[in-house]
Design a protein around this ligand. Structure first.
Ligand code: FAD
Length: 363
């Protein structure tokens, strides 16, 4: 893959570095997460997650490599990028100086707070209010909630939806949420909470969507990493396991499954790195390409992981096996940063717009 024209020598060098510097950390969930952030900082990964310009191909290579190794390491990397992304892209010089070096060095943990109990897919239904630099409302499903040092928060004010930075010391953690692939996640309550404006009033949707435009393809890259690990595990199993007196890998139906897995992975990689290359090289919005990358890679990874579980038989559903862990880890990717149905709508609308534009343009 690294020989594809999407990549430059610096990407090939980064991929080699990444394979040699896989982070490890121990402890309970929060300690592991903090430990992973520090390991990612001290090994130099985080300099690629933070700042301007963000190189989407490097972000994707990082997430693919980390997810293949450990989903929580990928999470820790991705959240430093997503949580600080609005500051990287729209922060004032002073905000960039106060937050970005600390996120890069792992001294500050970042979070991105957009979703609310009644405003997930329908972001415009947001009810958190901003007035006179203070926020009131509830955000939920916030990754890094409870361990973050600051939150980039979106709230409605007279000018429309605006973005803010809120220090963690001002935020009430109303609930920690347990999910099937554990990572820090919380519901946050703002009660006349002081907040610092980020970007112009009313620019919040543009800030959120521009940030997602960068990071959505990287969710596809993480899915790709999970799928590659599932295929690695499946190949190891089918070549070691004897079935009906011969290696399982010799059964035609097993080979057909492996073929579908490998094909899905390559197609996902092409879409992910096409979207990343387009953002890096052509610039501007890549909403359609990022939606295709996320939709295809996450849906495919779910199938590939499920196939790997099937090839492992009973061992595949044993708690603690790698494929069982992947089965839990891959699921949420089809829901967050825009559920698959939201990506389908984006792609469908883009196809209709292109069709209308073609019909209008002179032959
Ligand atoms: C593990 C995890 C981490 C998260 N981290 C963050 C975070 O850090 N920051 C943050 O702000 N949010 C975060 N989220 C929230 C996430 O973005 C929302 O869960 C997501 O946008 C879906 O919103 P919802 O859960 O309210 O589901 P709903 O909006 O209620 O949607 C339910 C389902 O409806 C379907 N659907 C949606 N739109 C359509 C449509 N137009 N037509 C047909 N069907 C549709 C989809 O299948 C969707 O899953 C996280 C979520 C999870 C699970």
């Amino acid at each position: 893959m690294l020989e594809w024209p999407f990549f430059e020598d610096r990407h090939r060098e980064f991929a080699a570095f990444a394979r040699e510097h896989l982070p490890e950390a121990d402890g309970d969930l929060d300690e592991r997460c903090r430990g992973l952030v520090h390991a990612l900082a001290s090994d130099g990964w985080l300099q690629h997650a933070v700042g301007e310009p963000l190189d989407v191909r490097t972000l994707c290579l990082a997430r693919e490599t980390l997810a293949r190794h450990d989903g929580l390491a990928d999470f820790a990397f991705a959240m430093q990028g997503l949580g600080s992304g609005p500051i990287s892209l729209f922060g004032s010089e002073d905000q960039r100086a106060r937050y970005l070096p600390a996120v890069r060095s792992g001294d500050k943990i970042a979070a991105f707070a957009l979703s609310e109990p009644d405003a997930g897919s329908d972001v415009a239904a947001m009810t958190t209010r901003a007035s006179g630099g203070r926020l009131t409302g509830t955000k939920t499903w916030i990754s890094n909630g409870g361990i973050a040092d600051f939150y980039t928060v979106f709230a409605r004010e007279d000018a429309g939806i605006s973005a803010f930075v809120v220090e963690a010391s001002e935020v009430e953690i109303a609930e920690r949420i347990d999910v099937i692939a554990p990572h820090p996640l919380a519901r946050l309550v703002f009660d006349d909470t002081p907040a610092e404006p980020l970007g112009p009033p009313g620019a919040g949707m543009k800030i959120a969507l521009s940030t997602l435009d960068v990071f959505r393809s990287t969710v596809g890259a993480a899915a790709l990493g999970f799928a590659r690990r599932a295929l690695d595990e499946a190949l190891g199993r089918v070549t070691a396991r004897e079935l009906f007196g011969a290696p399982m890998a010799e059964l035609p139906l097993v080979q057909a499954k492996l073929a579908e897995m490998a094909l899905g992975i390559d197609a996902s990689a092409l879409l992910v790195y096409r979207a990343a290359w387009t953002k890096d090289v052509a610039g501007g919005r890549v909403t359609r390409e990022a939606a295709m990358a996320k939709l295809h890679a996450t849906e495919t990874a779910q199938r590939v992981v499920d196939d790997a579980v099937q090839l492992f038989g009973g061992l595949g559903v044993t708690v603690g096996s790698v494929v069982e862990r992947l089965y839990r880890e891959v699921r949420a990717l089809r829901i967050y940063e825009g559920a698959s149905e939201v990506q389908q709508l984006i792609i469908g609308r883009a196809a209709l717009t292109a069709h209308r534009d073609d019909a209008r343009s002179p032959a």
